[in-house]
Design a protein around this ligand. Structure first.
Ligand code: SIN
Length: 530
């Protein structure tokens, strides 16, 4: 994903609060704008009533403004309307949040695993009890269709539930001693204060996937959600307080991404940074963390190949490729970025796929039946436009879509482009939008070579009816996740993360717990003395 995308605004200041609103200003000519506003207004009123529309940061259990009262606007990407102003926080508030997390660490880490587990279970129950509210909040600030948002609440809450269960299974070890009067133990202990920097494309799930295991292991956190979508994070934090999680264990600061990031990196009290966002920002964080030798987990950009072999079931391949490509309007790091199609099935697949893509309804995420919401902002649309233009100028053919949607704003037509080649931007970089480039290939070897010809290595998808081929290709793909005959494979119970420049570490599953644990070796000597 490029420097313009997701949490990538971090450090770049490309989308600073002042420059951000220009692109989101509503256009008077939008046909359905009035209806969209009414629905959004109803949602805002309902959320205010439920107490989940928070508009301040959370430090040491208190809702606070920025020390200088500066604010930024959070806008609905479907309409451009301002939802609410939130504090534009920076270095000072981040340092306060770090101190609060540092202080809370002492008591939180001393609780028994069962006690921490109970708090997390209660938080999970509250997230699920407020599924509708949270889903609406996600659609309001992020734009994805409500059905997808509700799915994100279940997915996101799942990380808290899983962590509540896993908290009780953080075992140490006893190692057979090499000398008779010694005993050797391995203890697993919490890393300490964690800085969690999260993107806008999953305003809830990318937070819970970090905070769940961190808290289960005994760590405390300072969360920096994207300044584009901080409201879901604040609502989730409110529910953490209602669940009885003690003040200071969960802190949320948002605003000036560069200042917040720098404060987290500079602090010796922060022992780990966990980040989901662009590869460019991930590299900066990795370099910045070296100053205090912090641990890092990075879930970065992808360039997912979706390989359709001649022997695939056409319907399964079309359905799977659509799910892999068009989830969240193409704005996920595991979205299929290149659809590699074997020559023998190319025409049939291109026709069936384009027909199915044509049926994807575009619109405000609150409208029933909508499958594709707006892109997050104007910069995102411009990026998509430049990639499509590049492909056309190099000989690719638009099979469907290929331009902004008549709804205006940041809506873009679901697009299929045929005859895409390796040298085109659509193949080289993550488009992060609703554009499916089709690349023909001849042999299995060629498909594997094309698929691996990238610095990214997050997700890959394979469609084939051959068991042998599915094993061969899965083993040969240089990726952290592989879906066979399936387009959506993310789940809290499986390890999520990339190889090569797609990141370090894993999130979710039992493997995700290790990211928040230190291993301590204890040698007990002189066993025979009193
Ligand atoms: C992401 O886009 O960063 C995460 C997608 C997922 O969890 O499936």
């Amino acid at each position: 994903m490029s420097t313009l995308m997701r949490a990538t605004h971090t450090f770049t200041k490309l989308l600073s609060p002042s420059s951000r609103s220009f692109s989101l200003r509503p256009s008077a000519s939008l046909p359905t704008r009035h209806q969209m506003s009414t629905e959004a207004e109803n949602v805002i009123a309902r959320l205010k009533n439920s107490g989940l529309l928070r508009s301040q940061g959370l430090i040491a259990g208190k809702w606070v403004d920025a020390h200088d009262r500066k604010t930024i606007k959070v806008c609905n990407p479907a309409t451009g309307e301002v939802i609410v102003d939130v504090p534009c926080m920076g270095q000072k508030e981040t340092n306060d949040a770090i101190s609060s997390a540092y202080e809370a660490f002492y008591s939180w880490s001393k609780l028994t695993a069962t006690e921490r587990s109970k708090f997390l279970r209660k938080w999970y129950d509250l997230l699920i009890a407020h599924k509708e509210d949270l889903g609406q909040l996600i659609t309001l600030e992020q734009g994805k269709p409500l059905k997808e948002s509700l799915g994100e609440v279940s997915y996101g809450a799942g990380f808290i539930e899983f962590s509540a269960e896993e908290a009780k299974r953080i075992y140490g070890d006893i190692i057979p001693a090499t000398l008779p009067d010694r005993r050797l133990f391995v203890l697993k202990q919490p890393v300490g204060v964690v800085g969690a920097i999260t993107p806008w494309n999953f305003p809830l799930a990318m937070i819970t996937r970090k905070v769940g295991p961190a808290l289960a292991c005994g760590c405390t956190v300072v969360i920096k959600p994207s300044e584009l979508t901080p409201l879901t994070a604040l609502a989730a934090a409110e529910l953490s307080l209602q669940a009885g999680i003690p003040p200071g264990v969960v802190n949320v600061v948002m605003g000036n991404a560069a200042d917040i990031g720098d404060a987290l990196l500079a602090s010796t009290q922060v022992r780990k940074i966990t980040f989901t966002g662009s590869t460019a920002v991930g590299k900066k964080l990795m370099a910045g963390a070296s100053g205090t030798v912090k641990r890092v987990s990075l879930e970065l950009g992808g360039n997912a190949p979706c390989i359709v072999f001649d022997d695939a079931d056409l319907d399964v391949a079309v359905k799977g490729a659509i799910a892999a490509k068009f989830r969240n309007s193409g704005q996920t790091c595991v979205c299929a970025n290149r659809v590699l199609v074997q020559e023998g099935i190319y025409e049939k697949f291109a026709n069936a796929f384009s027909k199915a893509v044509q049926n994807l309804q575009v619109g405000d995420g609150f409208t029933e039946g909508v499958a594709q919401g707006p892109l997050i902002n104007e910069a995102a649309v411009q990026k998509v436009e430049s990639f499509v233009k590049d492909a056309i100028s190099k000989g690719a053919k638009v099979l469907l879509g290929g331009k902004r949607h008549s709804l205006g704003m940041t809506f873009y037509e679901p697009t299929v482009i045929g005859g895409v080649k390796s040298e085109m931007l659509l193949s080289r970089e993550e488009v992060f939008g609703p554009v499916a480039p089709l690349l023909p290939f001849k042999t299995e070897e060629e498909a594997i070579r094309l698929a691996n010809d990238t610095n990214a290595g997050l997700a890959a998808y394979v469609f084939t009816n051959s068991i042998q081929r599915s094993w061969r290709v899965s083993e040969a793909l240089e990726y952290g996740l592989v879906g066979i005959n399936e387009g959506i494979i993310s789940t809290e119970v499986a390890p999520f993360g990339g190889v090569k420049q797609s990141g370090l570490g894993r999130e979710g599953s039992k493997y995700g717990m290790d990211e928040y644990l230190e291993i301590k070796y204890v040698c007990l000597g002189n066993m025979n003395s009193n």
